[in-house]
Structures are given as structure tokens and as C-alpha cells.
Design a protein around this ligand. Structure first.
Ligand SMILES: [Zn+2]
Length: 230
């Protein structure tokens, strides 16, 4: 059973054209709970989010799901650049009790936090009919600029709950040719090709994030294109 704490903030707006959310974006904060709360609710900076989950699994509810929170920043997915209007955002407080250092890779995330995320995401995806393939990392929609929630975020737990889709072996034959076109077709901003590849690998092949279009990476992107018919 989820434990909610309601925290009010004025930091939100209306979704462009009143569109319903169709993406769910997962973040991590790089800050402890108190600092994150201050930043997301009272700090004058234009950053906010619908939900934040602390390491023990408490869920802070800050912006209504029908409203536009300011969590995506400059971002892009499948032709859209106003991702805040198109999405609901969830921040995972990480690390638990300190600021993250500049080059620190987020994760692993505590199980009580993951359990709360699974339950919260299940409700959101059901309410708004958000598809598993449309549950994304902040890094997916802002390659190179954002790294959260990082390669140690456990997408397998989301996939097991039907909240994400990961390719299963055997993978299809690796396609030849320019992989940038395939990443773009799937939805990534490919202005920086290596950054897009790293973002893709962080989500779909976290064991080796190297920005190189090797055959396994090619097979994985092919599997996703086949699965989603893109
Ligand atoms: Zn983020």
C-alpha cells in the first residue's frame, strides 16, 4: 500500500492543448530528500515534478497528474520537444543522505523505493493508458545532457511488472548501415550520435555502456523497432 505525503507547490502549468500524458519519465535527484523537496517545491528555479519517492518508499505528491510539471527540461522524443506537456515525471531520491559527486553514476536503488515506484507507475500507466515502451529514462529524452536514472536502474523489475519492455533473447540479426537512423526512428534525438547510443545502452544494455554501435547494440535496437512496428 503506497504511503503518500502531499506537498503543495505553485510550480506547474497547463499541458499544451490540454493533451493527456502519454509518457512516464523516470529521474533520480542526485540530492538527499530535504534538499530535493526544497528544490522541487519552493526554490525559484523552474524545476518541479509530479512525484518524488524517498529511499524508504514514501511518495511525495506535488503536482496533479493532469498538470504540466517542469521535470524534462530541454528534451526530445519521437518528434516532440515539449515533453513536459506530454509526460508525468517521477523523481527517485538518490543517493539517500548526501549530494552526489559530479561523475557518480546513479544506483542501485533501494528495494522499498523500487517497490513504491512499481505500484505508483502501475496506477499512472493504467489511469492514462501509457504503454510499457513509453516509460522512459530522463537520459532517453535528453541524451548527453542527462544521465539519470543511470545504468544501474533496474528496468527488469519494471519489465516483469509489465511497465517496461526489454528485448528477450534470441535477438534478431544485427542490421547493417547507419544505426543513427534506427535510433532516430525509435525516438531518440541523434544530434550527438554517441550520446544517443550511450542513452540507449544505459536503458537496454546497462552492462556495457560504451557508445559503440556493436552488433549486440544493433540487434537490440532492431528488436525494439520490430516490437513496436516503428
Ligand atoms: Zn532527471
Amino acid at each position: 500500500m503506497l504511503k503518500f505525503i502531499d506537498v503543495s507547490t505553485h510550480k506547474f502549468g497547463h499541458r499544451a492543448d490540454g493533451q493527456p500524458p502519454r509518457l512516464l519519465i523516470i529521474h533520480s535527484t542526485d540530492m538527499p530528500t530535504d534538499t530535493s523537496l526544497e528544490m522541487l517545491t519552493r526554490n525559484p528555479r523552474e524545476v518541479s515534478v509530479h512525484y518524488m519517492i524517498c529511499p524508504k518508499g514514501m511518495v511525495y505528491r506535488m503536482v496533479g497528474e493532469d498538470k504540466r510539471a517542469w521535470h524534462a527540461g530541454k528534451s526530445y522524443w519521437r518528434g516532440a520537444s515539449d515533453i513536459n506537456s506530454a509526460s508525468i515525471g517521477i523523481e527517485l531520491v538518490w543517493p539517500a543522505d548526501r549530494e552526489a559527486s559530479e561523475d557518480e553514476i546513479p544506483g542501485p536503488f533501494p528495494q522499498p523505493q523500487m517497490d513504491a515506484l512499481l505500484e505508483l507507475a502501475q496506477g499512472i500507466c493504467t489511469r492514462w493508458n501509457i504503454k510499457p515502451e513509453d516509460v522512459l529514462a530522463h537520459s532517453d529524452i535528453a541524451p548527453g545532457r542527462k544521465r539519470d536514472p543511470g545504468p544501474r536502474f533496474d528496468w527488469k523489475q519494471l519489465a516483469a511488472a509489465g511497465l517496461a519492455w526489454l528485448p528477450a533473447r534470441p535477438y534478431p540479426m544485427p542490421p547493417t548501415g547507419d544505426i543513427t537512423l534506427l535510433l532516430a526512428r525509435y525516438g531518440y534525438d541523434v544530434k550527438d550520435e554517441e550520446a544517443a547510443l550511450r542513452a540507449f545502452q544505459m536503458h537496454f544494455r546497462p552492462a556495457m555502456v560504451n557508445g559503440i554501435a556493436d552488433s549486440e547494440t544493433r540487434s537490440l535496437i532492431q528488436a525494439l523497432l520490430l516490437k513496436t512496428g516503428r
